[in-house]
Design a protein around this ligand. Structure first.
Ligand code: LFR
Length: 487
C-alpha cells in the first residue's frame, strides 16, 4: 500500500509552522515546509494576535507543503494554543483582532464569575484548573463591550482559520475543553454552568471530534495555494497540547509527560477525570484528549521565562548562555528557584528583574549574571516539573516509571537533564515536533490508517529520534527545594 502526505499547520505563541507528514505502513516522516513568526501586537486597546498575518502564513505554508508533497495533499489539519477566539458578526465577518490570553483584561475577573458559580462547583462540573485566561473568564471580561454586543458566533483560533479556509464552522472538542464550559464526563457542553455564568452556548458552533471531516478547501484557497482540489480538512486534536500528548512516543505503561515550549504542561494521560476538591486546590486540569482520554496536567510557565529574559537582553545567542548556565555551581541540587507554576510571571516584560525580585522575596540569593538567571529559570522549571508529576501521581493514584518530554524544549539538553535529576526518574526526550506529529497521525487515521493509541506510539518510538537522560545528583536536595515552595 502507499504512503500519503498530510499538511499539519501548528501555530505556537512565538511561531507558526506548516509541516508535511508522510505516513504509510511502518513509515512516519515529518518535514518542515514553512515557518513564520507569530508576533503579537501591543495596541493602545491591549495585546492582540495578528491573526491575518497568521492566516497569510498558513496560505504560504500550504503552497510550500503542496510543492514538497509533489502536489497531492491527502488532507490538512490545524492546531494552535488554546482558549483564545475570534468573534464573528451576523454576516460572518471577524470583529476586531483576537485578544491575546496574556492581555491584562482578565485581571480580577474570575471573582465576578465565582460570585455566580462558586469555584468549587465550577471545578466539579468542568475539571478545568484556574488560570485567569480560560475562555469563560475572557468572555466575562468581554461583557458589555460594543464588540461583544455585535457578535453572533465565537470560533476558537484553529476553528477560525479552518472557517476561512473552508467556509465551514465547528468547535473542536479538545480545544473546547479549555473554555471551561465542557463537562469532562459527558464530553458535551456544561449547560448548567454556562447558564449560571450567563454565557449563551448558542455562540459556539457545533462540536467536532478529533478525526471528524471539517469541509474542504474553498476554490479561492486552492487557487491562491496552487493546490489541485479537492483537498479535505480534518478536525485534528486542535489544541496543540492535545496533539502533542497524542504523539508522546511511550511504549511503557506508567509514563508521565511534559510538553515543553512556551509553556510546560506536565501530567498524566487518564481514562477518566479527577474532579476532587484536593485536585482543584492543587490546580490540576482535566483537558480532553484523543480517543476519550483526559489530559490531567498542570500549566507551568515554561520557556516563556527564558524567551522573555532573552528579549529583555536584546536577544543574545542562546547556546553560549546555556553552556555557561550548565557550569553555574548549585551544589548537589538546584540553586535559587522561583515558583514557576503560579500566575506571577504571566505578563510580558522585565523578566530578569522580576525573577531576581522573586528570589529576594523568598530569602534566596538573586542571580547576578545572565548565566545565573538562565540557570535559575531551568532549575525552577525542573522543580515545577517534579512537583507537578509527583502531585498528579498522588492525586490520580498512579505509578510513574518514566517521564517523556516532547516539544521544542527537548532541544534544551540542560533542561532535560535537570528534569531527570529533579524527578529522580529517567527522561526520554523527543520528538520536538510532537504537536505536528499528533496532528498528522489523527489525519492519517481519519484517512484509513488503522492505529489505536498504542500502535501510534509504537510507530513514533520506532521512527522518531529520541534521547535518554538518567537521573543524577542528590534527589533529597530537590525534595527540600520542593518543600520550601509548597510551604
Ligand atoms: C500551549 C498552550 C497551553 C495553554 C496555553 C494557552 O501552547 O496551548 O496548553 O494553556 O497554550 O492557550
Amino acid at each position: 500500500s502507499r504512503t500519503r502526505a498530510f499538511a499539519a499547520v501548528d501555530l505556537g505563541a512565538s511561531s507558526g509552522r506548516v509541516m508535511v507528514g508522510r505516513v504509510g505502513p511502518g513509515t512516519l516522516e515529518l518535514s518542515e515546509a514553512h515557518r513564520f513568526a507569530n508576533r503579537p501586537v501591543a495596541l493602545p486597546e491591549g495585546l492582540r494576535w495578528d491573526v491575518l498575518g497568521l492566516y497569510a502564513g498558513v496560505l504560504d505554508g500550504l503552497r510550500a507543503a503542496g510543492g514538497a508533497a509533489g502536489g497531492r495533499l491527502a488532507s490538512v489539519g490545524i492546531d494552535s494554543w488554546a482558549v483564545d477566539y475570534g468573534l464573528l458578526d451576523a454576516d460572518g465577518a471577524l470583529l476586531g483582532n483576537p485578544v491575546h490570553y496574556r492581555d491584562a483584561r482578565t485581571e480580577g475577573v474570575a471573582e465576578r464569575v465565582w460570585a455566580r458559580v462558586p469555584a468549587t462547583e465550577l471545578y466539579a462540573a468542568t475539571g478545568i484548573q484556574y488560570v485567569p485566561f480560560n475562555t469563560l473568564y475572557q468572555l466575562e471580561a468581554e461583557r458589555g463591550t460594543a464588540r461583544f454586543a455585535a457578535s453572533r458566533q465565537l470560533l476558537l483560533i484553529p476553528d477560525l482559520l479552518a472557517y476561512w479556509l473552508t467556509g465551514e464552522r465547528g468547535t473542536e472538542l479538545t480545544n473546547a475543553s479549555t473554555t471551561q464550559l465542557i463537562d469532562p464526563r459527558t464530553r458535551e457542553w456544561a449547560h448548567s454552568v454556562a447558564g449560571r455564568a450567563g454565557i449563551d452556548l448558542g455562540l459556539f458552533a457545533p462540536l467536532r471530534q478529533p478525526g471528524d471531516p471539517a469541509g474542504k478547501l474553498l476554490p479561492d484557497v486552492l487557487a491562491r495555494t496552487g493546490l489541485p482540489g479537492p483537498v479535505p480538512m480534518t478536525a485534528v486534536a486542535s489544541h496543540d497540547t492535545a496533539s502533542a500528548v497524542a504523539a508522546v512516543p511511550a511504549t511503557e505503561r506508567n509514563f508521565a509527560y511534559i510538553c515543553t515550549g512556551t509553556w510546560s504542561l506536565a501530567g498524566l494521560e487518564l481514562e477518566a477525570p479527577v474532579l476532587t476538591e484536593e485536585s482543584r486546590r492543587a490546580n490540576f486540569t482535566n483537558e480532553l484528549g484523543v480517543d476519550g482520554t483526559v489530559r490531567y496536567l498542570r500549566n507551568i510557565m515554561g520557556l516563556w521565562l527564558l524567551q522573555e529574559s532573552l528579549r529583555a537582553w536584546g536577544n543574545p545567542e542562546l547556546e553560549p548562555l546555556l553552556r555557561e548556565a550548565a557550569t553555574v555551581r548549585t551544589g548537589s541540587g538546584p540553586g535559587p528557584v522561583v515558583d514557576a507554576s503560579g500566575p506571577a510571571f504571566l505578563a510580558p516584560g522585565r523578566m530578569p528583574e522580576r525573577i531576581a525580585e522573586a528570589c529576594r522575596a523568598a530569602g534566596l540569593p538573586a542571580p547576578r549574571t545572565r548565566a545565573e538567571t538562565v540557570r535559575c529559570v531551568l532549575d525552577s522549571l525542573a522543580l515545577a516539573h517534579r512537583r507537578a508529576i509527583g502531585e498528579a501521581r498522588r492525586l490520580a493514584g498512579r505509578e510513574v516509571d518514566v517521564v517523556h518530554m516532547v516539544g521544542g524544549g527537548v532541544r534544551n539538553a540542560l533542561l532535560c537533564q535537570l528534569t531527570a535529576d529533579a524527578c529522580g526518574l529517567p527522561v526520554v526526550a523527543g520528538p520536538a515536533e510532537a504537536a505536528a506529529l499528533g496532528n498528522v497521525l489523527v489525519q492519517a487515521r481519519a484517512a484509513g490508517l488503522r492505529a489505536d493509541r498504542r500502535r501510534m506510539r509504537e510507530l513514533l518510538a520506532g521512527t522518531q529520534p529520541l534521547a535518554s537522560y538518567e537521573p543524577s545528583g542528590d534527589g533529597r536536595a530537590w525534595a527540600r527545594a520542593a518543600a520550601r515552595i509548597s510551604a
